[in-house]
Design a protein. Structure first.
Ligand code: C2O
Length: 548
């Protein structure tokens, strides 16, 4: 069965958010881009026609890509970019997963406007949901908006070594809503409206496509029952607020059971533990409006949702640690024997400027994992170098432990913690069970980094604050029904333990899903070796894969 989503052309377009003359790169002239709707097991075919002036690739965030590893999409990891004026067709299967995922550009900062939802329904349709069938489904894409061209912003950040991580607006389905003030004018930006029928149940597929910001999401007067996260079903969890880090998705049922005569704000507000609260970062709030059909229109302002404070780590942590997997037959279970154990620090530090960074003074921010700041190759993708045994592109010495041990959860007195730019990968054999402790560092800021692994889901066994201690943490491991995810928000000044089976031969990047942190090296790559049989080995690349 082929579910072809037609032509997803990348074109330059003008969007009217606040500045009528802003030119952005978008797909099919839409922001957000088109939704890919399939059933589990379907084949997806997407033709990307690059009419933009930029190199681009598209990544299918959270899709396993087993057998189609070359279609994963991150630039210089699994492929060279699609050049301006050329096209490429991605082909892959939506097999072995159900729920909400998404797609986005995986080149420079272009994903700020090149993104859309992927909905994978059960093979048998809505009957296959492990929860009562909703009356209707809605996609809620949270995003960020820049008034400047994001490609230029990215370039500027690279040359100066200064992070650009503050958006001009936050958006819900591409619209900031009427709370947003357009600087220097009285124009009101557009507002997304959700029409609901009283007493109906809605399945909200909430996706955080924001570039650098975790979000709190609420609908005034309504609660949610979370039933899925990152396309993995969860035990139903009741809440009035959802917390979604960049890259993550949350599926939640909402019953339209409030007074139909009112209108209600739907609010997405930033969560950031790292910033002083007086920074403009916190001012952004995106709003949308929920209205009941049939009720006659009131002019009065919609009911607002009381949002958690900008730095409300307690609320974020409660939500993010309360989810558990829905255990049912056929669902993967946690492997108990571990083959490879790693303790990996994640965070920001400083490194010396590189010669290409012409406007950089002395030192730059550098993201690193175990003191290695990841640099992508320039002339051949990692997957191609792996497949063709090309040497000199990467080294296999990604360390299993950090170079230095210190009190990770506070800013140290001595900032001189060595970070080196390199292209180190961790090689694991096919089907190895990998356990990784992700220890956040606080050299620059106590920040929750959303760590995303390509090509696999992982189980989240435990999370906590402070420094990780094996003996106390191990007692808290959930080996029964831990949540399964592809993106984990490592607690600020804390740690998390994940476990996964490396059952997908190829090269899989794990990185911070803040777009400001990926190009500065907050990443590493797993090289998963071939299995013993033909269908457990990496297939050769498609003949038309873009070349560098
Ligand atoms: Cu959603 Cu490497 O990305």
């Amino acid at each position: 069965l082929v579910a072809c989503c037609g032509h997803a052309a990348t074109v330059e377009h003008t969007f009217d958010l606040c500045q009528p003359a802003t030119v952005i790169t978008a797909v099919n002239g839409q922001l957000p881009g088109p939704t890919i709707r399939v059933h589990e097991g379907d084949t997806v075919v997407v033709h990307v026609i690059n009419n933009s002036p930029y190199n681009i690739t598209v990544h299918w965030h959270g899709l396993f890509q087993r057998g189609t590893q070359w279609a994963d999409g991150p630039e210089m990891v699994t492929q060279c970019p699609i050049r301006p004026g050329s096209r490429y067709t991605y082909r892959y299967n939506a097999t072995g997963q159900e729920g909400t995922l998404w797609w986005h550009a995986h080149s420079s900062m272009l994903r700020a406007t090149v993104y859309g939802a992927i909905v994978i329904k059960p093979r048998s349709g809505d009957q296959g949901y492990p929860f009562p069938k909703p009356n209707k489904e809605e996609i809620i894409l949270l995003g960020e908006w820049w008034n400047q061209n994001v490609f230029d912003l990215d370039r500027e950040a690279f040359l100066t070594g200064i992070l650009v991580d503050r958006a001009d607006a936050y958006t819900i389905n591409g619209m900031p809503g009427d709370m947003h003030k357009c600087p220097g004018s009285n124009r009101k930006p557009r507002t997304f409206k959700l029409k609901v029928q009283s007493k109906s149940t809605y399945l909200l597929r909430i996706i955080n496509a924001a570039v650098n910001t975790p979000m709190f999401f609420k609908i005034a007067g309504h609660n949610f029952t979370v039933v899925g996260a990152d396309a993995s079903y969860t035990t139903p969890y009741e809440t009035d607020v959802a917390v979604v880090a960049p890259g993550q998705t949350v599926d939640a049922l909402m019953v339209a059971d409030a007074a139909p005569s009112r209108r209600y704000y739907m609010v997405a507000s930033p969560y950031n533990s790292a910033r002083p609260s007086n920074q403009p970062f916190r001012k952004g709030t995106a709003t949308a409006v929920l209205e009941y059909t049939g009720a006659h229109r009131r002019t009065r302002r919609p009911l607002f949702a009381r949002m958690p404070r900008f730095k409300d780590t307690a609320t974020a942590h409660r939500f993010l640690t309360s989810l558990t997997a829905l255990v049912r037959p056929g669902q993967p279970i946690v492997p108990l024997a571990v083959d490879t154990r790693m303790f990996v620090t994640v965070g920001l530090g400083f490194a010396d400027c590189r010669p290409e960074q012409t406007r950089c003074k002395n030192q730059v921010f550098a993201g690193s994992m175990n003191n290695a700041s990841f640099v992508l190759p320039a002339t051949i993708s990692l997957l191609e170098a792996h497949f063709r045994n090309v040497t000199g592109v990467y080294t296999r010495d990604f360390p299993d432990r950090p170079l230095l041990e210190f009190n990770y959860s506070r800013p140290p007195r001595n900032m001189d913690v060595t970070t080196t730019k390199s292209t180190k990968v961790k090689t694991v054999r096919y089907n190895a069970t990998v356990e990784m402790v992700l220890q956040n560092t606080a050299l620059v800021a106590r920040e929750s980094h959303p760590m995303h692994l390509h090509g696999h889901n992982f189980f989240v066994l435990a999370q906590g604050f402070g420094n990780f201690h094996q003996d106390t943490a191990e007692k808290r491991y959930n080996l029964v029904n831990p949540q399964e995810r592809n993106t984990l928000a490592v607690p600020p000044g804390g740690w998390a333990v994940i476990r996964f089976v490396a059952n997908n031969p190829g090269m899989w990047i794990m990185h911070c899903h803040f777009d400001a942190h990926l190009p500065i090296g907050l990443a590493m790559v797993f090289e998963v070796q071939d299995g013993p049989t033909q269908d457990t080995a990496l297939p050769p690349p498609p003949a038309d894969l873009p070349q560098c």
